[in-house]
Design a protein around this ligand. Structure first.
Ligand SMILES: Nc1nc2c(ncn2[C@@H]2O[C@H](COP(=O)(O)OP(=O)(O)OP(=O)(O)O)[C@@H](O)[C@H]2O)c(=O)[nH]1
Length: 235
């Protein structure tokens, strides 16, 4: 168990080419809805949802980044501090599959090796697929990532993607707190156990020039919401 009064908050970035279903996936997960309309994401959006993983309260902050290159400069800034990543391509878009390597690279350059998953979305359109199963599985193997096939439209496997990431993140966090029991938090993009009070928050500069945020346990835990969608907010 982690420190009792703490909430684990995980910043997750969802990346991939335009129109692969990133915004839809986040909306499905946080709000339980799906819309057929395509509205290009300009820059970055943000939604959150709470979940329980092995009795731990986890808050996932899901950052929806634009798939178009024209927004690269903006979206890259938002990768900083990311603690987990979803790499998405579409069943019906070959280019989006081929671009996965470069998306992962962009994220890794900003935040290093963080828990991540490879997701093939729109599997309801499998009849029109332009990517062979072996190719997708081969890519996951090459990148050493867990691979999921989802249909946001049919609500297939979406929860599993985020549950897996939260779980993987917690495992790393526990390993790290076991190794460094005095350090509640860590640095830059790495592990973070956050609380919502600012009074105990201090910051300093780390050796690599990135900001280090020190966070201490929050003694006043906020009441948990029973409805997972109840905690969603659009900023
Ligand atoms: N058939 C099908 N359509 C989907 C699925 N997921 C998303 N879509 C549709 O694909 C289109 C693009 O979805 P978005 O979620 O806007 O894509 P995005 O990746 O956020 O796109 P950008 O904001 O441009 O980066 C929309 O019309 C969605 O309704 C799915 O699982 N199946």
């Amino acid at each position: 168990m982690l420190e009792e009064d703490m909430e684990v908050a995980i910043k997750v970035v969802v990346v991939g080419d335009g129109a692969v279903g990133k915004s839809s996936m986040i909306q499905r997960y946080c709000k339980g809805i799906f819309t057929k309309d395509y509205k290009k994401t300009i820059g970055v959006d943000f939604l959150e949802r709470q979940l329980l993983v092995n009795d731990e309260d986890v808050r996932l902050m899901l950052w929806d980044t634009a798939g178009q290159e024209e927004f690269d400069a903006i979206t890259k800034a938002y990768y900083r501090g990311a603690q987990a990543c979803v790499l998405v391509f579409s069943t019906t878009d070959r280019q989006s599959f081929e671009a996965i390597g470069s998306w992962w690279e962009k994220v890794e350059i900003e935040v290093g090796d963080i828990p991540a998953v490879l997701v093939q979305n729109k599997i309801d359109l499998l009849d029109d697929t332009v990517i062979k199963n072996e190719e997708a599985e081969g890519l996951a193997k090459k990148l050493k990532l867990r691979f999921y096939r989802t249909s946001v439209k049919e609500d297939l496997n979406v929860n599993e993607v985020f549950k897996y990431l939260a779980d993987k993140y917690l495992q790393r966090l526990k390993r790290q707190t076991a190794e460094e029991p005095e350090v509640v938090h860590t640095t830059s993009n790495k592990m973070g156990v956050f609380n919502t009070t600012s009074s105990n928050l201090s910051s300093q500069n780390s050796s690599n020039g990135r900001e280090v945020i020190s966070l201490r346990p929050n003694k006043q835990r906020t009441k948990k919401s029973k409805n997972p969608f109840g905690s969603c907010s659009l900023l």
